[in-house]
Design a protein around this ligand. Structure first.
Ligand SMILES: [Fe+2]
Ligand SMILES: [Fe+2]
Length: 200
């Protein structure tokens, strides 16, 4: 019987060599958490959620200069927010590496990776699972703003997306940085979903 970690052994080995130890541990945590969230919200997504979680931060450990250079080389659009914070580019670049280096051909997995820091309104279940599991995986520090997302993660996916978007926007604002409008659009959509459900 082949397990998911057996099936993706080669990807794991390659990731281990290109990420820091902490980032690799985080990636394994997101893969396991995303697979568990899929068991809760759509069992047919377990394997794809695992793979999305495993490779989502493939571009995280490059320098800002490398990220900007690779984005240019791949013809990715870079907006003013990404120019100011090139770290944001690790999500769209992660999708490029997932496809070109790790052989991921599944467009929805690539989309989930591309969106995992900023989200978007009306995410698919797989996109939403990766967006949330990135925050709730067990290796993240146990701080109050993560705890609220963790409490919601297996109860209500819309609420978990709302709390994740709110945390991401607050975090950027607290650093004194301008918030990418795509993050604000995600927050607004999920805040409205909460209002529709009478939860906020
Ligand atoms: Fe990331
Ligand atoms: Fe991550």
């Amino acid at each position: 019987m082949i397990t998911l970690s057996d099936k993706y052994r080669e990807i794991r080995e390659r990731l281990k060599n290109s990420l820091s130890e902490a980032r690799y541990a985080h990636s394994l945590g997101v893969a396991a958490t995303a697979a568990c969230m899929a068991m809760r919200y759509d069992i047919s997504l377990v394997e794809r959620a695992y793979l999305a979680g495993l490779v989502h931060d493939a571009a995280k450990c490059m320098s800002d200069e490398e990220k900007l250079r690779l984005a240019e080389e791949k013809g990715l659009p870079v907006n003013s927010y990404e120019k100011a914070s090139p770290g944001l580019l690790h999500a769209p670049l992660g999708a490029v590496l997932a496809e070109e280096v790790y052989g991921v051909r599944d467009e929805e997995i690539l989309s989930a990776i591309r969106l995992h820091t900023l989200g978007r309104p009306e995410m698919t279940t797989l996109e939403a699972i990766l967006y949330v599991s990135d925050y709730v995986e067990p290796d993240r520090p146990d701080v109050p703003y993560f705890r609220a997302i963790r409490e919601a993660a297996f109860r209500d996916l819309d609420e978990a997306c709302y709390l994740t978007a709110k945390t991401a926007v607050d975090y950027t604002r607290n650093k004194g940085q301008a918030v990418d409008p795509r993050s604000l659009a995600t927050l607004e959509y999920y805040r409205n979903r909460m209002e529709e459900k009478g939860l906020s």
